[in-house]
Structures are given as structure tokens and as C-alpha cells.
Write a protein that binds this ligand. Structure first.
Ligand code: TXA
Ligand code: MG
Length: 315
């Protein structure tokens, strides 16, 4: 099992040797390595069992470091960066020559963000290189939102997990690219479409498998390893009144013998987002053979919650 702690010096020492450290962010925990060292990057793909065609997000602690890595930043991207960084925003920007192709799966754009977590910002500030960090889970599985989640699955493969408590957003960053006045959304996430609207025309480019700009948007993802049905819960509860059926509901508790998580009894979407991945993990349990769930309101971060529910239930 990995060591779990808050020792930034220890994390730096490991990263300097091209080894990996799991880091907390406000969205989900990341599996981090030196973004400029192909050796370290290769270990990330290997540890996650991730295909090389699915590029990684680079993390830095301030805008000046972003500008050192990219050749250009469109005006709208700059406005978004200034408004939402540090935060759950990832921008696709043209990378400079010399940035490893392994990091971007050979694409000309790199994905980059400034995460909003004090421990990780301190770490990034003290490092002389940026960190590549995909979510710290085996490829295709649910992303981790605390150190224990990481340890449960990758503890045998990495030596250190920086413990920053529970991720405050609980869903991954929103991924954007800018094309003229247009904001292309490649992944729904912690930053809502509503908050982007003042900055340009929004175009959703989700799940386009033929779109080489977002090769990682596979349908089946965040899979809890169980069959899952999302729909009208009241009806589903009646259809599946069994002990081995588990329920993930938005705000209602049902009279049912199976395991049950209510994402937010108050009906708060942000709170629901922080609980979703933990709930999916909890239901990945030998006593559960079916998960039933329901869509949340398709607004704000609810869109990203529904996107993850859809992928988790995709077979
Ligand atoms: O919130 C997050 O973004 C978390 C934390 C750790 O920062 N990271 C994360 O990474 O979710 P990952 O690897 O699980 O998801 C990254 C997504 C993938 O779908 C990948 O295809 C896409 O970003 N991506 C990365 N680089 C890209 C690029 N150059 N062009 C298009 N898509 C890219
Ligand atoms: Mg991921």
C-alpha cells in the first residue's frame, strides 16, 4: 500500500526521480508525473492501464507558466483563465515545440489547467516542472475523490499519495477549446455552461468519437463494474424490490431493502456532484448486482452529473 500524507518535500523528491505521486485537486485526485519527461509520462499510462491515444492534462500553479508552454492563447481563453483559474477549467491550447508528444498523444494542442487546491498549488509552486495528471484510477473506472479511493486501486503501484481531504467539486474539469468567438466544450465538468455564456457562443463537441480533438471521450467510462439503469426511480424501485439492487437517488429516500445513497437530501446539485463518485464506488460491492438511479435536473453542474451517470450506465 502507498504512504498517505501531506509531505510536499517527499512528493517533490519522488517526482524529481520521474516517479509518480497521487495529488489532490478540487475536482478529483490526479496521478501525477513530470509532464516534460517521457519516462515519467509513460509510467502514468502504464500505471493506469490507459491507451496511449488518450492524452493527459498538464497542471501548473500560475498563468505565467501556462504561457511558457503554449505558442498562443486566444483572447477569450485568456479571459476565461483569468476568471476561472485556479478552478475546474481545462483549456486546449497549441503547445510549444519540445513538449513531449507522449503527453498529448501526438496532438498539436495540449490540455492545461491550474487546479484549486492549496496543497497541490504549493507543490506546483515548488517544482521546476509542470505535472501531467489524469484522474488517479484504472482506465475506465470511477475517478477518486479522496486518498483512500486512490489507495484502494493504485496503492500497490505507487509509493505516495498526497492527502488533501475530500475533493470539493467531485467531478472532473470542464474541457474547452476556443475557435474565434466560439467556445467548444469537449467535456462537461465542474465549470458550468451558464458561467461560460457571457464569454462567447457555446458549442457542445461531446462524445464525437471521430473527433481527434477529444480522443478520450469514450462512451463507457466511470463504470462502477455493475449493471446500472438510470430512469424513473419510482418505477425502477417497484420493478426491482430486491436486496441486491442498490439505489442512487438525487434527493428522495425510498423504502427499499437494498443499499441506498441519497446524493443531496436538500436537492443541491453541487452537493450531489461531490457525492456521486463515492456512491458509485460504494455500490461496486459483492452484495450488489444492479444499480438503479435517476437523472438530476439538466442545469448547472447537473449536466455533468447526468453525463457521468450516462457513461457509468453505458454497456
Ligand atoms: O479534473 C480533471 O481534469 C482531472 C484532475 C486530476 O485535473 N483530470 C482528469 O484527467 O480528468 P483525465 O485524464 O482523466 O481526463 C482528461 C481528458 C481525457 O478525456 C483526454 O482525452 C482529454 O482530457 N485531453 C487531454 N489532452 C487533450 C488534448 N490535447 N486534446 C483533446 N483532449 C485532451
Ligand atoms: Mg479520467
Amino acid at each position: 500500500m502507498a504512504d498517505i500524507g501531506t509531505d510536499i518535500g517527499k512528493a517533490i523528491h519522488i517526482l524529481q526521480q520521474n516517479e509518480l505521486v497521487a495529488i489532490p485537486t478540487e475536482t478529483v485526485y490526479g496521478l501525477a508525473g513530470n509532464a516534460l519527461e517521457p519516462n515519467a509520462i509513460a509510467k502514468i499510462y502504464l500505471t493506469k492501464n490507459r491507451p496511449y491515444f488518450d492524452p493527459l492534462i498538464t497542471h501548473v500553479d500560475r498563468l505565467e507558466k501556462v504561457l511558457e508552454l503554449v505558442t498562443d492563447i486566444p483572447e477569450i481563453a485568456l479571459q476565461l483563465a483569468k476568471k476561472f483559474w485556479p478552478g475546474p477549467l481545462t483549456l486546449l491550447l497549441p503547445k510549444k515545440e519540445g513538449i513531449p508528444d507522449l503527453l498529448t498523444s501526438g496532438l498539436d494542442n495540449m490540455a492545461i489547467r491550474i487546479p484549486n487546491h492549496s496543497l497541490t498549488l504549493d507543490l506546483l509552486r515548488d517544482l521546476t516542472f509542470p505535472l501531467a495528471a489524469p484522474s488517479a484510477n484504472p482506465f475506465g473506472y470511477v475517478s477518486p475523490t479522496n486518498a483512500k479511493h486512490v489507495n484502494d486501486q493504485l496503492g500497490e503501484k505507487i509509493s505516495y499519495i498526497l492527502d488533501g481531504g475530500d475533493s470539493q467539486v467531485g467531478l472532473e474539469s470542464t474541457i474547452l477549446s476556443i475557435q474565434g468567438e466560439q467556445i467548444n466544450v469537449h467535456r462537461l465538468g465542474g465549470l458550468t455552461l451558464e458561467s461560460l455564456r457571457p464569454f462567447g457562443t457555446i458549442k457542445l463537441l461531446l462524445n464525437q468519437k471521430s473527433n481527434p480533438k477529444a480522443p478520450g471521450q469514450l462512451d463507457a467510462h466511470y463504470a462502477p463494474g455493475k449493471k446500472m439503469i438510470v430512469g424513473n426511480l419510482q418505477a425502477l424501485v417497484k420493478l426491482h424490490p430486491y436486496e441486491d439492487t442498490a439505489i442512487i437517488s438525487f434527493k428522495t429516500r425510498y423504502n427499499h431493502p437494498g443499499k441506498q445513497v441519497v446524493l443531496s437530501p436538500q436537492g443541491d446539485l453541487s452537493q450531489a456532484a461531490t457525492h456521486l463518485f463515492g456512491a458509485l464506488r460504494l455500490m461496486d460491492h459483492p452484495e450488489v448486482s444492479l444499480i438503479i438511479s435517476e437523472w438530476v435536473p439538466e442545469e448547472g453542474i447537473g449536466r455533468a452529473i447526468n453525463d457521468r451517470l450516462k457513461r457509468a450506465s453505458f454497456i
